[in-house]
Ligand binder design. Structure first.
Ligand code: C2E
Ligand code: CA
Ligand code: CA
Ligand code: CA
Length: 281
């Protein structure tokens, strides 16, 4: 039995070693990708549940690996955050997203100009000069702050870091919109919603998935929508996958939604086409 234990331990160690090597390899490949600019953005429409027209697009990053093809963010965002590579990558994402929204806004009539919503990680916020960088990027792209929304996760705010809040305050005073991403998954107290610079709650897909079969999840979604109404916040429901999801949410008075029912994430040019002629798939 003693021998078996030892073998298990060895296997465990070699497994750990393998995982570590993999992580290091991933990290150095990612480092290379950041230097070479091997990323691309896709854009998923954020749609009015009243008119079915897009009001904005969420920018979603993909790693365009020369050998392995297109890699989804859940494969590399974590390592990017740990290694700090999320900072230069995030800078690229912001510039690229603003460049694209600037193009759309030049082409489209004044009444139908979309915003772009960009995911921002904790690491980026902690970096000195983040606010200045956003300001400079907006100016460089030549778009008003109203053309930008920043998505931050609830967990980012759990530390109650005053420095982050004051940065958000400045950005919001400029006219940049602030969204809480994956709202409802962070187990934080709701008190912060009242005094803090927030415009939008994004209800996590998980709740939308479950609300159809689960009365309690449904009650939670309804609760979030009415909470938002009372606090003068707008709501985006994520992961709308079918007409039933859409109908339930519209019935609850949820103003905005996003999901495969409307569109999966698109290339910039496909997104422009969609914007001109929105249609659920
Ligand atoms: P997220 O911000 O919650 O983004 C929504 C994810 O749900 C996206 O996956 C999107 O493609 C997917 N999705 C949208 N509608 C549906 C639907 O109807 N059904 C299903 N099953 N999925 C749907 P994606 O693009 O793989 O992104 C995964 C996560 O990676 C994002 O989650 C976000 O946390 C992170 N991420 C993506 N881009 C960036 C970025 O530029 N910076 C940072 N820091 N994180 C990013
Ligand atoms: Ca997001
Ligand atoms: Ca989300
Ligand atoms: Ca999510």
């Amino acid at each position: 039995a003693k021998g078996a234990g030892k073998n298990q331990w060895r296997r465990y160690q070699s497994h750990l070693h393998g995982a570590m090597v993999e992580r290091l390899e991933l990290r150095s490949a990612l480092d290379h990708a950041v230097n070479e600019g091997h990323f691309l953005l896709q854009y998923q429409p954020i749609v009015s549940l009243v008119t079915d027209e897009a009001v904005g697009f969420e920018a979603l990053v993909r790693w365009h690996h020369p050998a392995r093809g297109v890699i989804a963010p859940d494969q590399f965002i974590e390592v990017a955050e740990e290694s700090g590579l999320i900072v230069p990558m995030g800078r690229w994402v912001l510039d690229q997203a603003l460049h694209t929204v600037a193009q759309w806004r030049r082409i489209l009539p004044r009444t139908r100009q979309p915003y772009v919503s960009v995911n921002v990680s904790v690491r980026q916020f902690r970096e000195a000069g983040f606010v200045e960088q956003v300001r400079a990027s907006l100016e460089f792209a030549g778009v008003p702050p109203q053309a930008l929304m920043l998505e931050i996760t609830e967990t980012l705010l759990m530390g109650d870091d005053e420095h982050i809040w004051s940065d958000l305050e400045i950005l919001r005073d400029l006219g940049v919109r602030i969204a809480i991403d994956d709202f409802g998954t962070g187990y934080s107290s709701l008190g912060y919603l009242r005094q803090r610079p927030i415009d939008v709650l994004k209800i996590d897909k998980m709740f939308i998935d479950d609300m159809v079969a689960d009365d309690q999840q449904f009650a939670l979604v309804r609760g979030i929508v009415s909470l938002a109404q009372n606090l003068n916040l707008t709501v985006v429901a994520e992961g709308i996958e079918d007409a039933n999801h859409r109908a339930i949410l519209a019935q609850l008075g949820c103003p905005l939604g996003q999901g495969y029912y409307y569109s999966s994430p698109l290339d910039a040019t496909e997104a422009l086409t969609w914007l001109r002629n929105p249609q659920p798939i």
